[in-house]
Design a protein around this ligand. Structure first.
Ligand SMILES: O=C(O)CCC(=O)C(=O)O
Length: 299
């Protein structure tokens, strides 16, 4: 696709899918990060007598699933860290940043915290029902409706680390839904957002199966979901987000306030947004790591 075609598709549909935008080898550091954490977890459990095998011969897609099966658990979240050089490099992949520049302009930051997703076989809680990413950003409290980022333009980049298929629970989107505004919905008891309206009555869902090397770019208002993983393997993926750096001169007051809301929210946690596109100074990995360490020490 040409730059113009990418922009036109994204503006029309609220998302664009680009195949082969990432060299599959550039995803190896992320897979190796996961493999090392899963290996460490497995060895710890084994030494504690909680599992009876190290499952060393299992594949990348099976090993974590096998451990969880042995423990009879289906965790919603990856709890082994989402920070490191691998993440810095991922956020700065030139192919990804070219598209981000096209969609968001010249002064852009990554929000500093991704979602590394295990999507385990049969996991209902990670079958995310229809939502907009703004709803997750805005709402921290179960049952409480808050709206802060309706005026924001943030781009989510969803990247499969193994092939994402309809069977293992790839993403689904509703084309054009980014023009519906920020919809009503709240976090349910399981912490997942539930929409109030029947969005399928308003638009036609499209499945986004994707091989490693491809990426789905979508806006914070694009309605999307992912369904049950009905296979025996984990559907590993990572999604990460970019927004206009809040002090950018071309933002409206609403856009700036929304960008600041995300920025400050993340800074209250352990995440430090990372400037990735700028005419000014772009932090090196060492600088970003030092900032994150300082922030952790302050908390
Ligand atoms: O990866 C998934 O299963 C869901 C992804 C998603 O909802 C998101 O990136 O906001």
């Amino acid at each position: 696709m040409t730059d113009q075609e990418i922009k036109t598709a994204y503006e029309r549909d609220g998302y664009v899918v680009l195949k082969d935008i990432i060299d599959n080898r550039d995803l190896d550091p992320m897979r190796n990060f996961i493999k090392a954490k899963v290996d460490g977890y497995c060895r710890k459990l084994y030494s504690e007598g909680k599992i009876s095998s190290l499952y060393e011969n299992e594949s990348f897609e099976r090993r974590y699933a096998v451990i969880c099966e042995a423990l009879d658990i289906l965790p919603r979240n990856w709890s082994f860290g989402m920070f490191g050089r691998e993440f810095y490099d991922l956020y700065n992949l030139p192919g990804v940043l070219d598209v981000v520049r096209l969609l968001l302009g010249p002064e852009v930051s990554n929000i500093g915290i991704p979602a590394l997703r295990t999507k385990l076989p049969g996991s209902v809680i990670t079958s995310f029902s229809w939502h907009q990413d703004s709803q997750y950003l805005d709402q921290s409290t179960i049952g409480k409706k808050e709206k802060h980022t309706g005026g924001l333009h943030m781009v989510t980049v969803w990247v499969p680390l193994v092939e994402a298929t309809v069977e293992n629970g790839c993403c689904w989107v509703i084309p054009g839904s980014h023009r519906w505004g920020l919809l009503d919905g709240a976090r349910d008891a399981d912490a997942n957002i539930r929409m109030e309206e029947d969005v399928e009555a308003r638009g036609t869902p499209v499945a986004i199966p994707l091989k490693p090397g491809g990426a789905l770019f979508m806006s914070n208002l694009t309605v999307h979901s992912s369904k049950l993983n009905t296979t025996r393997k984990s559907r590993w993926s990572i999604d990460f987000r970019y927004l206009p750096t809040p002090d950018r001169a071309d933002l409206t007051v609403e856009q700036r306030e929304a960008a600041e809301f995300v920025w400050n929210k993340n800074r209250r946690g352990e995440a430090v947004p990372l400037v990735v596109l700028t005419d000014g100074h772009k932090p090196t990995w060492e600088e970003w790591e030092a900032e994150v360490s300082a922030q952790k020490a302050r908390r």
